[in-house]
Structures are given as structure tokens and as C-alpha cells.
Design a protein around this ligand. Structure first.
Ligand code: SF4
Length: 370
């Protein structure tokens, strides 16, 4: 990625940093196009995240915080910056890394090695929960059963719950995820295109799930993806960037994000628009860097009419996880897998169909008590 670093942006090398006016500019900041030095970049990057944390009262002193860690750039930078801010500003947080092992050989096993190194590098304890122990299936086994068409539906739904279950196991107060401003702007556009009022209303919230088992926060809500990459590059952070072997090749058909939020079930649908939204945002960002923030602020300004009918949130009768249906999506999908009918829960009608199908159990059905 060419983001105007030393050697690539010759014009910036001869200029002074527009913030300190002392050092030579080393980069052009994607968010503001300012030519600044590395030290000023670190300072504004970390300072903005600190301000977001303080202004939004994301944490309380003494809280136990799980950092959702995949080994990718966003969660690695999040772990590094949050532990740095926690020390420098004395937040008083008990931080640890929480990773999900989906059981994808050649991908997750390698990325978990990165997280294990981060555990040592940043001095943060690590807890790994696996699909195998939680659901009785690895993603490799699920792909064997279902093929490569709907595998990401299973993976996305299971991952969201796995993170919550791992966090509950570790008696966590909050989970933080590495969702960045680009992710959130994309989600605003997607929910607009789909006319999904319920998700549009909550996708810009910096903390979600306060009525659920464990709230989730996004300290990178206003942090640009390009700046996260730059920060990781300049700081020489150790992160993993290989893509999952099960990801379809075209970004227009499916985008994998190991960051999971409330939109995950729709992200992984075969008709997902996320690839289009992502490309559209990249295009308008080239013309107007602030466009990402504009979209987020537009999403924040939406007001939902009090007469709009919203889905009622209850709990899954089987496992107790939050669900607007009788069974949560993970239980429906798992039931289908265990009955030898893996397509049972895929698609919007899957929940309704699940109760009515008599299949022969291929594996003993598990109940996941949340
Ligand atoms: Fe899971 Fe992403 Fe791989 Fe799909 S592409 S199987 S969602 S890790």
C-alpha cells in the first residue's frame, strides 16, 4: 500500500513537519493530508484514540477488558495502543487478549502464532477459545460438510458467539474490537442500501450490546484503516496478513472480516454488497479524505421514527444467547450440522424451518449454555 511514506513521497521528504515545524515530514496523513513527521504521527494517532476513549467514557477504572485479537493489523495495533495508553494515562484497566480458533489449518493456526508472540511482546495474557471445544466442529470439518458456498455464514455467526463465550468465561466486563472508521462507514452504506433500520440505528454506536451479555466497544471508530497500516508499518508491529484459504477470490462477492459485530449475519450473505461499498468508499476517499468521517457522522444523525417496528430482542430457548427468534442463529446452524443437514439454517428462512425438519442425528447435538 502506497501511503506516501519516506522514499515514496519525495515531495514530503524535503518539507518540514506541518505540526512541529522542526523535523522533516516523513508521511502524508491520509485523514488530513498534512505532511508530518513520524513522531507527530504517533502523537496525533494515539492522542485521537485517547480522546475518543475519554469523551465517550468507554471504560471505568478496574474493568477487565478483552481485546479481540486475530493477529491481523487492526487488532494488533489496538492491543499495542490500548496497552500503551493504559500505562501512560493510568486508565487502571485489566487488559488481556482473547482469540478465536476457528480450526482453519494453514491460516488461523499461523495467525494465532502471531497473537502468541504479541502476548509476550506486549505483556498481555492470552485466552484462546476454539470452535472445536465450543461447537464440536472445526471450520475445516464444516467446509467438508457444506462446501465453499455458505461456509462464511457459519464462521461469522459462530465467531461472534465464541468471542462472547470466551469473554464470559474470563469474567470480562467489556470486549474491544478493532473495527475502524472505514468498516463503520461501509456498514452505514450497507444498511442504507438494504433499508435495515434496526442495524442502521446501532451500527454507528461506539458501544453496543449493553443490554446483552457483554458490551462491545470500538476505540478505532474514527481511526482510518490507512493510518492503522501506517502505524503498524512505522512501529514495525508483528502482525499477520495472509487471507483465509476459504475466502472467495472476488472482493465483490464476499469480504471476510474476522472482526465481528452485530452486522455479521448480513455481511456473510452471498449477495453481500460490502465489496461494492468498500470500493465506493475508497473511490470517494481519493477525492475527499473526510468522506469516511462524513458518512459516519451522517449515520450518527439518523433518527428512527418511534413508530418504526423494530425486532424484539429475547434469548435463545436452547442456549440463552440473545436472539430475536426462538433459537439463535448459531444453535440453528449447529443443529443442522449435527443432523447431517448443514444447509438447514442457511438463509433467512432457516430459523423458521429448523424446528420442523426431522433429520437423523449424525452427531450428538450440543447445547451451548451461555
Ligand atoms: Fe471464516 Fe473469513 Fe475464512 Fe470465511 S473467509 S471461513 S468468515 S475466516
Amino acid at each position: 500500500m502506497d501511503f506516501g511514506v519516506e522514499g515514496k513521497a519525495k515531495s514530503s521528504a524535503s518539507r518540514l513537519c506541518s505540526l512541529c515545524r522542526e523535523n522533516k515530514a516523513a508521511l502524508r496523513r491520509p485523514k488530513t493530508l498534512e505532511q508530518i513527521c513520524k513522531e507527530c504521527f504517533y502523537s496525533v494517532f494515539e492522542g485521537e484514540i485517547h480522546n475518543v476513549i475519554v469523551e465517550n467514557k468507554l471504560f471505568k477504572r478496574g474493568e477487565r477488558i478483552a481485546i479481540g485479537a486475530s493477529g491481523g493489523k487492526d487488532s494488533t495495533v489496538l492491543a499495542y495502543v490500548l496497552s500503551k495508553l493504559n500505562r501512560e494515562y493510568n486508565y487502571g484497566l485489566d487488559l488481556f487478549l482473547l482469540s478465536v480458533d476457528e480450526g482453519i489449518t494453514g491460516y488461523r493456526d499461523d495467525s494465532l502464532e502471531t497473537v502468541k508472540r504479541n502476548e509476550v511482546q506486549y505483556g498481555l495474557p492470552l485466552k484462546i477459545v476454539s470452535y472445536k471445544e465450543l461447537y464440536g466442529w472445526t471450520m475445516d470439518e464444516i467446509v467438508q460438510a457444506i462446501g465453499l458456498k455458505n461456509n462464511c455464514t457459519f464462521c461469522g455467526v459462530f465467531r461472534r458467539q465464541a468471542l462472547d463465550r470466551g469473554a464470559a468465561l474470563m469474567k470480562t466486563d467489556k470486549i474491544v474490537t478493532g473495527h475502524n472508521a472505514d468498516d463503520i462507514a461501509e456498514t452505514v452504506l450497507l444498511n442504507l442500501l438494504r433499508g435495515d433500520i434496526a442495524r442502521l440505528g446501532r451500527c454507528t454506536q461506539i458501544t453496543t450490546g449493553e443490554d446483552g451479555p457483554i458490551p462491545r466497544c470500538k476505540p478505532f471508530k474514527y481511526t482510518y484503516e490507512k493510518e492503522i497500516v501506517m502505524y503498524a508499518y512505522f512501529k514495525k508491529l508483528d502482525y499477520f496478513s495472509t487471507e483465509c484459504k476459504f475466502k472467495l477470490s472476488s472482493p465483490r462477492t464476499r469480504i471476510c472480516s474476522t472482526k465481528v459485530d452485530e452486522t455479521v449475519r448480513s455481511i456473510y450473505s452471498p449477495n453481500a454488497y460490502r465489496g461494492f461499498a468498500r470500493e465506493f468508499i475508497k473511490d470517494i476517499e481519493k477525492m475527499r479524505p473526510r468522506a469516511i468521517l462524513d458518512i459516519i457522522h451522517s449515520g450518527e444523525s439518523f433518527r428512527i421514527s418511534s413508530s418504526a417496528k423494530m425486532p424484539e430482542q429475547g434469548v435463545c430457548e436452547r442456549c440463552g444467547y440473545i436472539s430475536s427468534q426462538k433459537w439463535c442463529k448459531a444453535c440453528v446452524l449447529l443443529d443442522g450440522l449435527n443432523r447431517g443437514l448443514p444447509k438447514l439454517g442457511v438463509g433467512r428462512s432457516g430459523v423458521a424451518r429448523a424446528d420442523g425438519v426431522n433429520g437423523v442425528a449424525r452427531r450428538q447435538s450440543r447445547t451451548l449454555n451461555f
